[in-house]
Design a protein around this ligand. Structure first.
Ligand code: CP
Ligand code: NVA
Length: 338
């Protein structure tokens, strides 16, 4: 584990690829260099192993969270995580109207930057997140938009690294909708030099621009990314099988139609039988049991869904620490084997 980046951040002028993340935004996995993804995962391991060492690291910091969509995990892990670092979160329920309906995004941004240290947004349109980041001088974190779910994918790959020795040798099969979660998983795979096979029904593939961006990163990391419409080919001998809801938040009116189209993509015991015998089952949750996954699979010993949910807490503490510059010099672990 390399903790040097956090204890003594490398100055940008040094030409080192690992830049200090303080005061940056996290809107997409693409906002992080592969070295920065690695650094974030390493810091997460440190925080998870020694949470007490980070108590008070963000003392006095205030974060505002505007959520246009419901949330259990993201909201609570950001709130609990920030509180455990000594900071404070202010939650705004934005589910009844879009953020920029009453006032322009730029005016909201110029208010927020006078009051708080960071903005966390869960939105429908990704441009709401990028617009806030463009106008606000404080860090903005994407807590899920229709395009990406970066905090989720970071936690998922942290989980995979806990289970497998060498992430570069791991093949992840994602079966279902080519949605925000699929996009962020694909970009994480690219950054870490892993392998992902995505299988969706025709017409529900991930966006071409995200596939191209992931493949561009993959060219320098050795990652392998494939997209098909064949769930069996995707899961055959895979190390982990991931699925997500067939109709994301905001697509509820399509749920019935999608249920028929996606039926061959259900992760059930028959599909899991094609994966490696050690294969894990992953889901970002909430799950629609009986649709994209059966009870037998999500409740099986292969399922790591609650490990993924737990790791949202640890990864988001690391994100907050890095973006809000939490005086990390003070937090060198007292001992690595205690
Ligand atoms: N996985 C996830 O983001 O869960 P919530 O929608 O409950 O935040
Ligand atoms: N794709 C899902 C993820 C929920 C965490 C959605 O956007 O609703």
């Amino acid at each position: 584990m390399n903790t040097s980046i956090f204890i003594a951040p490398v100055p940008q002028s040094s030409g080192h690829p690992a830049k200090d993340l303080a005061h940056r935004d996290l809107l997409s996995i693409q906002d992080l260099l592969p070295e920065e993804v690695r650094a974030l995962l390493d810091l997460t391991a440190l925080i998870k192993a020694r949470p007490a060492d980070f108590r008070g690291a963000l003392s006095g910091k205030q974060v505002v969270m505007f959520f246009e969509k419901p949330s259990l995990r993201t909201r609570l892990t950001f709130e609990a995580g920030l509180q455990s670092l000594g900071g404070q979160a202010i939650f705004v329920d934005q589910t009844r109207s879009r953020l920029d309906e009453r006032e322009s995004l730029s005016d909201i941004a110029h208010n927020l930057e006078r009051w708080v240290d960071c903005v966390i947004l869960r939105t429908f349109d990704h441009v709401t997140v990028t617009g806030m980041a463009e106008h606000a001088s404080i860090p903005v974190i994407n807590a899920l938009s229709d395009l990406e779910h970066p905090c989720q994918a970071l936690a998922d790959f942290f989980t995979l690294e806990e289970k497998f020795d060498d992430i570069a040798k791991v093949t992840l099969a994602y079966v279902g909708d080519g949605n925000n979660v699929a996009h962020s998983l694909m970009l994480m795979t690219a950054s870490l030099g892993a392998k992902i096979r995505i299988a969706t029904p025709k017409g529900y593939e991930p966006l071409g621009e995200v596939v191209r961006a992931a493949k561009k990163i993959a060219a320098s990391t050795g990652a392998i990314i494939s997209v098909s419409n064949d769930p069996i080919a995707a899961v055959t001998d895979a190390d982990a099988i991931y699925t997500d809801v067939w109709a994301s938040m905001g697509q509820e009116q399509e749920a019935q139609q999608r249920a028929q189209i996606f039926e061959p993509f259900q992760v059930n015991e028959k599909l899991m039988a094609h994966a490696a015998s050690h294969a894990l089952f992953m889901h970002c949750l909430p799950a629609h049991r009986g649709d994209e996954v059966t009870d037998a699979v999500i409740d099986s010993p292969q399922s790591v869904v609650f490990d993924q949910a737990e790791n949202r807490l640890h990864i988001q503490k690391a994100i907050l620490l890095m973006l809000l510059g939490g005086g990390l010099r003070r937090f060198r672990p007292r001992s690595t084997n205690a």
